[in-house]
Design a protein around this ligand. Sequence first.
Ligand code: UVW
Length: 307
Amino acid sequence: MTDFEFKALGAKLSNWGRWGDDDQLGTVNFITPEKRRAAAALVKTGTTFDLGMPFDDKGPQAGGSRFNPIHKMTKLLTDFAAPDGMMVADDIVIMPLQCATQWDSLAHVGYDGFVYNGVPASAVTAMSGATRNSFSQVAPRLITRGVLLDIAALKGKEHLDFSEEITADDLDAAEQRQGVRAGSGDVLLFRTGWYQVFLNGDSENYLSRRSPGLGISACEWLHDREIAAVAGDNFAVEVMPSTEPGTGLPLHMVLIRDLGLTLGEMFNLEELAAACAQDGVWEFMFSGIGIKVTGSVGSPVTPIAIK
Ligand code: UVW
């Protein structure tokens, strides 16, 4: 790849118009009712795995425009002295939608004036947010088969190193090692082990610009497999710094803008990976329904895998 060659890759892999000029779902279109029926059939024991970060003041953010959630009570049980003994508690949360485990919508990132499906940047407005490609479009649809690829285990490491790149060949090798294959309409989860850095209390390095993650060769792989959404345990899906000269987040630009692929970040894959390694089953039912905030460009989520 040379300077901005990611744009040629984006043009080659583009899904613009594939599901119509008005489409706002992108690759989530690959999740069909048949796909969800097959995903439900993967549930054998009913065991659930929480893939989400707690939404609280111990999150990874250090402040600025992305800060940790602020949760306050607006009514306390002890405020009440009703004749029938009833008590009520209410609460409020203030949080950036991108502060913890989250989805990036198809309005989150673009380049050269457009986001997914030729929508102009002006469609995201200060008053209304994303008038096109809002996360609220895909929010209720993210239930499908999930496949976990454990790249840290493939490399024989607790976690990948700073700035370690995951290539398309690594994804193939992980599939071969685990005896699983990701296909059309799946949510692909990839584990770098980097989440352990957060669990060990080192948020600075967890969010550092030297994170391991997917490299540019993963774009074509995800496109060819018709993956509906991809999510990692790192904070930006892709390797940082970028291996592509002159650009910071080329996978965000190609995957979100050109493929119309929803990205998931900061997923906790630790328990799920351990359970999959134990039973040898790396596929499961996945539910990642986010919050249907009108006009949102992303969403907090508590994703669940069900075995
Ligand atoms: C950007 O905000 C560009 O990145 P992320 O999706 O990691 O939040």
